[in-house]
Ligand binder design. Structure first.
Ligand SMILES: Cc1cc2nc3c(=O)[nH]c(=O)nc-3n(C[C@H](O)[C@H](O)[C@H](O)COP(=O)(O)OP(=O)(O)OC[C@H]3O[C@@H](n4cnc5c(N)ncnc54)[C@H](O)[C@@H]3O)c2cc1C
Length: 317
């Protein structure tokens, strides 16, 4: 079922999770345990991230060697597993970067065969690798272009112009939104206009980047509504779990950590940072639910420990 149908039919707010496929050669058993733990909280859908190939320079006897590596394959397999083993809707993330439009079309066809109705279309970050476009291949530059390709397929328009009477897909399309603006955008207003372009291209809902100050989310929603964006805007919440994340989260995700949160984390022993993070995210979640959000999306990634502690204390009605 589509994410938007879940939202429309729900009697109350929903919760969903985002997980990451294991590293190449990683432990599938740990992934299965993670999903087992998460499904106890009855998420209507689970997102699975997607990862572009990266350029890596390795020092060898011959000097530095340039290698292209895709460290985390498996998005499609994990989606198939979630959908078929646990009967939970899987939302694979699809990227512009490191995939040609032709590969994207093939991926979408695989999803259709698997009965997967949802995708989250994002551009992907610069991994240093640019796929060579040979033999007339093409690439999507921005998420809006990727959304357009999926929306075209939903209208029965595939990449081959001479493919007449092709079977139309019916994907529900999610996109990313940035309450603290995307780091490349000149300002928040321009970034919201870009988000509107994604909706006009066919996006059905927005999931936000993580934020640690709810005021940023509420302001973002107001700005989006003023710009005429009328699709659901699902807040994304991450539990800060280590002291190191006080610097890594702003560096990687370009979001602020409020002074009170960083001060509280610094005031406790490093192993208790997670206690502070769980309590902070719990208060955020309670306020979001009180203010009537349709759903909360938790960035779980690889471990259910912190989210389990939060959800065991959160009343959702
Ligand atoms: C919910 C969510 C899930 C994510 N999942 C993944 C994942 O699975 N894998 C992964 O690698 N990354 C993921 N990301 C990260 C994402 O790929 C990066 O943030 C990326 O840098 C931007 O992606 P986007 O889809 O928002 O890009 P876009 O919407 O294309 O925007 C990127 C930048 O370009 C600007 N822009 C847009 N259109 C134009 C235009 N026409 N001209 C000039 N500028 C323009 C925007 O303002 C913005 O600054 C996720 C992000 C979110 C919020």
């Amino acid at each position: 079922m589509k994410v938007t149908e879940h939202l429309e039919r729900a009697a109350g707010p929903l919760i969903s999770f985002e997980i990451i496929p294991p590293l190449r050669g990683g432990n599938v058993g740990e992934l299965l345990t993670l999903i087992d733990d998460l499904v106890q909280y009855r998420p209507p859908f689970i997102d699975i991230t997607s990862h572009a190939a990266e350029v890596i320079y390795e020092e060898t006897a011959q000097g530095f060697q340039r290698r292209v590596k895709r460290k985390r394959p498996g998005t499609l397999g994990v989606c198939a597993l979630i959908q078929n083993k646990w009967d939970v809707d899987a939302v694979p993330h699809i990227l512009c970067r490191s995939f040609t439009r032709e590969e994207t079309e093939d991926f979408l066809i695989e999803l259709r065969y698997l009965g997967i109705d949802n995708v989250l279309a994002v551009r992907g970050d610069d991994s240093g690798y640019q796929k060579p476009l040979q033999f007339g291949r093409s690439a999507n530059l921005f998420a809006k272009d990727l959304v357009g390709q999926i929306a075209d397929m939903n209208r029965g328009k595939y990449l081959e112009d001479d493919l007449l009477d092709a079977d139309a897909s019916d994907f529900c399309i999610g996109v990313g939104g940035y309450p603290e603006k995307h780091f490349e955008a000149p300002n928040l207003v321009t970034d919201v206009r870009r988000a509107k372009e994604k909706v006009e291209a066919g996006a059905d809902y927005i999931v936000t980047q993580m934020f640690f100050d709810n005021a940023r989310y509420f302001e973002y929603v107001d700005l989006c509504r003023a710009e005429g964006i009328d699709v659901p805007i699902i807040p994304g919440i991450k539990i800060l779990a280590t002291r190191k994340q006080l610097t890594s989260i702003p560096r990687v995700f370009h979001v602020d950590i409020p002074v009170e949160l960083s001060a509280e984390v610094e005031a406790v022993a490093p192993e208790r940072a997670v206690d502070v993070g769980v309590e902070w995210a719990l208060q955020q979640s309670r306020e979001l639910l009180d203010r009537g959000v349709p759903s909360i999306h938790f960035y779980v990634m690889q471990s259910s420990r912190a989210i389990g502690r939060l959800l065991d204390q959160l009343t959702i009605d």
